[in-house]
Write a protein that binds this ligand. Structure first.
Ligand code: RFL
Length: 407
């Protein structure tokens, strides 16, 4: 939300060159880049530190994202602890098909749970680089964004008073449910949306992975996915009707469906375990264009959502953060605005590319269960082509790994 002047009953205002709203992968990466260049910023986060350090979400990182973190001194733990994945497996029509994508592209995926990365980024920003952060803030509001003296106000969790922070720039990194996106006036930004009309039951199982790689099961009963996260925990997905509820999915029903949908000739049954997370995601996407309004720059899920179909959301968030962090540093320290001027258009090229791939992959995942024999037939043809043609396999692998895009 935006307004022209901050609240009354506020304590004395403070000033930071940059205010970052949201301490997810995007916001924390930007804050670390600023701090490393001695540009002060304040990060505002509605949750507690303990909460964000334990919130499980993504796990699959592209090599470009990892190298970007490494170049900025933010990947030490990740490189020591993350698993390298070089292959994935498709299971359809009762058979299994391995795709050795690292051989095709020369790059691989890293698997590192998002909460581990957030923990590393918070520690580096707060404990090592001495950065300023406020956890548990409420009712964040943005003001005067289309002037050169914007400000951000929030309610302090301890005092209940409104605090006002003056700044030169605001980085809106508060994810899909945040407030910064709503500060863009409707006549200055366009939001493109797409709804798949499909639900996914997202599960975390206290069970070791049942394969050394990601598995995609395309089955007439619905899509199922298997994503290793650690030696003890595996993420699974089950296609379900949109608006379904986790209560409809008992332990027995979940494992029966997973065993069926991920079953194939010659493979042992999945290793079952306690379900420690069970939630329904209604699969949809959106893209905000441009990602900038005045002194507000959006990054990550605040600017664009990609349903977790192709494991792209955190990768895009990190890519935005590298560009925005570097652009802010150049502007604040050298008065060089070229990075910020190009920010939105550069990010959106990659965003739309990944959106298109997610749509393509969604058709592949959900065609056999669509109930439409024509879609089922063309889906199986697409899948077979990946394994009949090295050119088709390479094209798929490049997009899956993000290796066709620069940076
Ligand atoms: P985040 O991580 O949502 O962080 C936003 C932060 O802002 C805080 N916040 C606010 N703070 C202040 N004021 C407000 N009003 C605020 N409102 C919210 C929030 O508490 C939070 O701390 O956004 P960011 O940084 O843009 O990062 C995006 C990623 O989190 C997201 O794209 C990924 O999790 C998506 N995703 C995946 N991406 C991948 O690249 N690879 C994957 O394997 C992958 N798997 C997934 C996923 C997302 C999933 N879910 C839950 C939708 C698997 C799942 C199940």
């Amino acid at each position: 939300m935006t307004s022209t002047s901050p609240h009354h009953n506020s304590s004395p205002a403070r000033r930071f060159p940059v205010v970052v709203v949201g301490a997810g992968p995007a916001g924390l990466t930007i804050a670390n880049i600023l701090r490393a260049a001695s540009v002060d910023c304040l990060v505002l986060e509605i949750e507690t530190r303990e909460f964000i350090e334990q919130r499980p979400r993504a796990g699959v990182l592209e090599e470009g994202a990892v190298r970007g973190l490494q170049r900025r001194g933010l990947a030490e733990n990740l490189l020591a602890r993350a698993q390298r994945h070089t292959e994935c497996e498709f299971r359809f029509a009762g058979e299994r098909y391995r795709l050795e994508y690292a051989d095709l592209t020369g790059v691989h995926h890293w698997v590192y749970p998002q909460q581990f990365l957030v923990t590393d980024l918070v520690r580096e920003y707060v404990d090592v680089r001495g950065g300023a952060i406020r956890f548990g803030v409420q009712d964040v509001q943005l003001h005067d964004l289309d002037t050169d003296h914007p400000s951000v106000s929030y309610t302090c969790p301890e005092s209940g008073l409104r605090e006002v922070v003056h700044c030169d720039f605001v980085a809106g990194c508060d994810g899909a449910r945040g407030v910064t996106r709503t500060a863009l006036p409707a006549d200055r930004a366009h939001i493109a949306r797409s709804d798949y009309g499909i639900g996914w039951l997202a599960l975390l199982a206290q069970a070791p992975p049942s394969s050394d790689c990601v598995l995609f099961g395309m089955h007439p009963r619905g899509f199922a996915g298997h994503m290793p996260r650690s030696a003890e925990v595996t993420r699974y997905y089950l296609e379900c009707p949109p608006g379904d509820t986790p209560e409809n999915w008992s332990h027995e029903r979940v494992w029966t469906e997973l065993q069926q949908r991920l079953g194939a000739n010659g493979v042992p049954p999945l290793t079952e375990g306690r379900l420690i997370e069970k939630r329904v995601l209604d699969m949809h996407n959106y893209v905000v264009e441009p990602m900038v309004f005045g002194r507000l720059f959006l990054a990550g899920d605040a600017a664009h959502l990609t349903a977790p179909i192709a494991a792209k959301g955190m990768n895009l968030a990190l890519h935005d953060a590298f560009l925005l962090g570097d652009g802010l540093v150049a502007h604040v320290t050298k008065g060089d605005g070229t990075g910020l001027d190009a920010y939105s258009a550069t990010c959106l090229n990659r965003v739309w590319d990944y959106q298109e791939f997610s749509h393509w992959l969604s058709d592949v995942y959900h065609g056999t269960s669509s109930g439409d024999p024509y879609r089922a037939g063309t889906t199986l043809a697409r899948l077979r082509r990946i394994f009949d043609s090295e050119t088709a396999a390479r094209a798929f692998a490049e997009q899956y790994l993000g290796s066709h895009t620069a940076g």
